[in-house]
Design a protein around this ligand. Structure first.
Ligand code: UD1
Ligand code: MG
Length: 453
């Protein structure tokens, strides 16, 4: 029978080294809080439980956990006394008796499900503790793994390490797996007699060894286990995550003309034969239909793009933008909370907010849906096949009937029936020859002035 597991996520960091008031684990990577990436990779099955340790007053972190993994138990670490102290806050969950107890950090978001699975193998073979290790290019700040043959003898934190130990590049990734039967015993023996006066989870190794229990290491790559303590490490993790997402999109058949210039979210979903031109940013919640083309410099978040639609260059699709098949949204067009039905076009300089645009409608350059009165948002309905002339202001709430024409420059405040023309503009005044007479008069006056001087 498969072994049961409890994964404890430590998320009580305050982010002080980020110099930010946002809890560290809520800093975003690829459009989602760091913590979301960690939680997404934990197994979801009846034999796998999840517990998260959060800091007091970090209500936003607890709320994120409830949203992302509603079944997870949440424990509060009242004082920040170290990683072992944090794990012990979840003692009740450990006492429930899972075969394997995994400990992961909320600030190590690139870890994969496969690696977590790999960490459990030595437990099944009799190890009491398994640590995830990696070779660090610059080991500064990480705990160093001190080996004795293939056994792990100890983990030494930077502040407690001798100059010789600091030269070790095999480092602690921060992920640990404990055999459930030994977990509480090991954790409760950990003291705080180190340079920082903290209860270090890493001391579990030496304690296990004194109890003649086996401690082993599973290795992975540095990219996967980047721990994030500073904004610069956040940026490195973002870069690593973006490389991963771009590679996955390319492997899926998406044409990214210049992959290094495309920013994706973890949940960006592409259909077949999608092309993305250079310099496009995808925020969270974007789906793109088959054969769509996203042209350069577009910014898209929480939007759905239909098959064969063309977006951009320089388009902005905001939350709730829904584009049907063959819709064209061109340069400097902003769309928010608006459904644009199949074949409709808004090719230049428009704002469509809180609106519904019927199939094959044409939205002229400079069209604005005036959706906000300073207090409330109002809706604009544009019927199928309607033609909205350039520089029109549609003052919501307002309905333009199917097939209707709105004359350019109109400010439309009342509903327009199907197939009607609405024109809201003053009569044009025409004075034939006026410009020529004006110029002659001016030139004459100027000449008279020059003569008299
Ligand atoms: C830790 C490890 C180090 C490892 C590194 C990998 C220890 C003692 N050190 O160091 O060996 O190389 O991670 O990134 O474990 N946390 C709490 N409560 C606390 C303290 C920490 O919840 O009282 C959480 C933090 O939110 C964070 C994680 O534990 O998610 C790690 O803490 P952090 O202070 O970042 O430890 P590092 O110095 O990075
Ligand atoms: Mg850290």
């Amino acid at each position: 029978m498969e072994r049961s597991s409890l994964t404890i996520v430590l998320a009580a960091g305050d982010g002080s080294r980020m110099r930010s008031s946002v809890p560290k684990v809520l800093n975003p990577i690829a459009g989602e809080p760091m913590l979301a990436h960690v939680l997404a990779n934990l197994p979801r099955d009846p034999r796998s439980a999840v517990a998260v340790v959060v800091a007091p007053h970090h209500d936003a972190v607890a709320a994120a956990v409830r949203r992302l993994r509603p079944e997870a138990a949440i424990f509060v670490q009242k004082e920040r006394l170290g990683t072992a102290h944090a794990v012990l806050q979840a003692a009740d969950a450990i006492a429930a008796g899972a075969d394997d107890v995994l400990i992961v950090f909320g600030d190590t978001p690139l870890i994969t499900a496969a690696t977590l699975q790999r960490l459990r193998v030595p437990l099944a073979q009799g190890s009491a503790v398994v640590v995830l290790g990696f070779r660090a290019a610059v080991p500064t700040g990480y705990g160093r793994l001190i080996m004795e043959g293939d056994q792990l003898a100890a983990i030494r934190e930077e502040n407690d390490a001798s100059p010789l130990e600091r030269m070790i590049t095999l480092c602690n990734a921060g992920v640990m797996a404990l055999a459930g039967r030994n977990a509480l015993n090991l954790l409760r023996r950990i003291g705080n007699g180190n340079a920082k006066g903290e209860y270090y989870l890493t001391d579990a190794i030496e304690i296990a060894r004194t109890l003649e229990l086996k401690a082993s290491v599973v290795e992975t790559t540095e990219d996967e286990v980047r721990g994030i303590n500073t904004k610069s490490q956040l940026a490195e993790a973002e870069a690593a995550m973006q490389r991963k997402l771009r590679d996955a999109a390319l492997a899926d058949g998406v044409t990214l003309v210049a992959p290094e210039t495309i920013y994706l979210a973890a949940d960006t979903r592409f259909g077949r034969d999608v092309t993305v031109e250079p310099f496009v940013v995808f925020g969270p919640g974007v789906t793109i239909g088959d054969g769509a083309v996203i042209r350069s410099f577009s910014h898209i978040a929480e939007a759905a793009i239909g098959a064969r639609a063309i977006v951009g260059p320089y388009a902005r699709l905001r939350p709730g933008a829904m584009l049907g098949e063959n819709v064209h949204v061109g340069n400097f067009v902003e769309v928010k909370a608006t459904m644009i039905e199949a074949g409709a076009k808004a090719n230049h300089l428009a704002y469509l907010g809180d609106a519904h645009v019927g199939a094959n409608a044409n939205i002229g350059a400079g069209t604005t849906t005036c959706n906000y009165d300073g207090f409330d948002k109002h809706r604009t309905e544009i019927g199928a096949g309607a033609f909205i002339g350039s520089n029109s202001a549609l003052v919501a709430p307002v309905k333009i009937g199917a097939g209707a024409y709105v004359g350019s420059g109109s400010v439309v405040t009342k509903d327009v029936p199907t197939d009607a023309l609405v024109l809201e503009r003053s009569q044009q005044t025409l004075k034939p020859g006026w410009a020529q007479r004006f110029r002659e008069m001016k030139l004459k006056a100027k000449a008279a002035l020059t003569r008299s001087q």
